[in-house]
Design a protein around this ligand. Sequence first.
Ligand SMILES: [Zn+2]
Length: 90
Amino acid sequence: MLHLLAIFVFFFVAWWVAADAKKRGYNDYQVFGWFFGVLLLFVVFLPLYLVLRSKRPKPTRPAATTKVCSCCGEPFQGKVTFCPYCGEKL
Ligand SMILES: [Zn+2]
């Protein structure tokens, strides 16, 4: 009975890690790897994940790096010296 409960807790934590990893931009294989890593080697992978996730910043989605031209208001990405839409120096 206690084993069953432990498995349930491991499964829940593994599921949480997988969901958290996915939110942080890990791909499906990495999420899968973390899930089974935590499930099978709980004491090794859970602290490892918690250490790694604190080091890894949240993924910068293209939307986050998108800036808006102060002149025409068009969005652009990356480092641009001049606005590609109106030519205003940025
Ligand atoms: Zn512009």
